[in-house]
Write a protein that binds this ligand. Sequence first.
Ligand SMILES: [Fe+2]
Length: 246
Amino acid sequence: MLAILSDVHGNLEALTAVLADAKAQGATSVYNLGDLVGYGPDPVECVELAMGWDVNLMGNFDHAAVHKPDGFGVNAEQSILWTTERLRAAGDRLLNWLGELPRTHATGDFLLVHGSARNPTNEYVFPEDVHNQPKLNRIGERIKRFCFCGHTHVPGVFVQADEGNWEYSERTGHGQLWRIDGRKTIVNVGSVGQPRDGEWRACYTLVFGWDVTFRRIEYDVGTTIRKIHDDPDLPDFLGDRLREGR
Ligand SMILES: [Fe+2]
């Protein structure tokens, strides 16, 4: 059994709760679709944990922490600059490791990316893109069969019901299942460290055979919020949003 997760964003409390749940459920491998850092208060600890996983991809925040933020909002940019300082203070090996992460991972019929098959690091595929079929078709052309992604922090599944017609299924609840069939499929695994679907619990997926199970895991969000509020260089908003899942 495989745990596929994304968008940890330096949230150590959410990450340790998710890893404990995955282990208890029988997961033997962890695949990370990117954005380990940025926003959250514990980038060093999260990177050190990730170094032991089976697959790690580069997200847009990981890239920005290594190079420099470009085109981010004020809060995001501030947190990225803060993150780079923290990582650098912990030694070159963390930033070097982050800077060398691949942007895609392909195995058999599966493609793993952070954003989309067309632009693996930066392109968002939002639920409302179901109303933009040309976009989904162009992205779908780059997918052999199945694609797993993150980046939007909203869990759900796109499936090509028939040629040129994609459908979307929300998967925001705990324990919800998606069974992969022969159709082209894009699975968004949601976010461990900063869910934005109106639900505060950490989100990730377990994959066993053709079954993808979405898990929502309670964690000590109060501690994460306190760490952010206690640091004068991290915007308070980044803590406040965690409780509301936005
Ligand atoms: Fe992200």
